[in-house]
Design a protein around this ligand. Structure first.
Ligand code: NAP
Length: 290
């Protein structure tokens, strides 16, 4: 599909896509860019890239596909560095979890004739780094592309095809819609997990050790989510402020309603809510998204 693919960032997501490209022979050459020597050495050792460099501008030279797979906060600097080296007709895509900010930070820096196709594979784990990646990560998961109206259709089709080869289903939508939906399905749950685990971290030592001991009661699922990469999630919240704050205020209202129901012993209200939420879980299972 491609001559030379350059990954800027080769962590969980970048390395998983690199594995797909490698195993299926979708590119003649794969090159990675990462700041740390240890990250580059790992990517080479895993055999998922041919070359590794610390210089983004070097990585993208002669690449017909560039995949930005760093935390969102690195986008402005990385885009400015690669822009002068991007070839006419080349495609730049990304995997960032917030799309309006990705377009804001990348699109204006792209030279004429370079096609930027923003994307987001809705798949992941709480682990980071090239060793955390695996080839089947994207199988059966959605990949959302949010091309701006002026985006080249052939470029969008090629990026979509790449994700299909990775086993994903494709959805196209606006960046604003994406950010709103992911605000509720991904960002808010992470915020709740970070907060609840933070609450426990603030408890006095004796209670905290018991919480850890009996974590299987539900808390452990929150600790798993709250173990996600701090830099990546810092950047997500800073870049999806509006949608997250809107969802958070709706959530706070609903929480207050539940609080009231508990105070007044409104058993029926609680049971009704818990029955409705069970239905949502059934829907997720039926959609094969567990
Ligand atoms: P990760 O495992 O931490 O990998 C990030 C990679 O970027 C590392 O290889 C890191 O290597 C490199 N990097 C960081 N800053 C850089 C810079 N300034 N220049 C060059 N390389 C840099 O993170 P990830 O989970 O793959 O996430 C990457 C992107 O995917 C994020 O934008 C995130 O929003 C998105 N995403 C994540 C998930 C998920 O569940 N994790 C799911 C969907 C989308 P060095 O530290 O050595 O530079």
């Amino acid at each position: 599909m491609f001559e030379r693919v350059a990954f800027i960032g080769i962590g969980l997501i970048g390395s998983s896509l690199a594995r797909v490209i490698r195993r299926q022979g979708l590119a003649k050459q794969v090159i990675a860019c990462a700041r740390d020597e240890a990250t580059r050495a790992k990517a080479l050792e895993l055999g998922i890239v041919d070359e590794a460099t610390a210089a983004p501008e070097k990585a993208v030279r002669d690449a017909d596909l560039v995949v930005l797979a760093t935390p969102l906060g690195a986008y402005p600097k990385v885009s400015a560095a690669i822009a002068p080296e991007l070839g006419m007709g080349s495609i730049v895509t990304d995997v960032g979890s917030v799309k309006a900010a990705a377009i804001r930070d990348v699109a204006p820096l792209m030279p004429e004739g370079v096609h930027f196709v923003p994307g987001h594979p809705v798949a992941g784990t709480e682990h980071s780094g090239p060793e955390a990646g695996f080839e089947t990560l994207f199988e059966g998961r959605w990949c959302i592309l949010t091309p701006p109206a002026e985006c080249d259709q052939a470029a969008v089709d090629r990026v979509a095809e790449l994700w299909r080869r990775a086993g994903s289903m494709i959805e196209i939508m606006t960046a604003e819609r994406h950010d709103k939906i992911l605000g509720i399905t991904s960002h808010l749950p992470h915020l709740i997990a970070y907060t609840i685990v933070g609450t426990v971290a603030d408890l006095e030592d004796s209670t905290q050790s018991e919480v850890v001991k009996y974590a299987a009661g539900g808390f452990r699922e929150f600790t798993r989510i709250a173990a996600s990469d701090p830099v990546m999630w810092r950047d997500i919240f800073v870049n999806n402020q509006d949608a997250v704050l809107e969802m958070l205020s709706r959530f706070s209202e609903d929480l207050a309603r539940v609080q009231r129901a508990i105070r007044w012993g409104e058993a029926e209200t609680l049971e009704k809510l818990f029955r409705r939420t069970r239905e949502v879980r059934r829907g997720v299972i039926e959609a094969h998204q567990t």
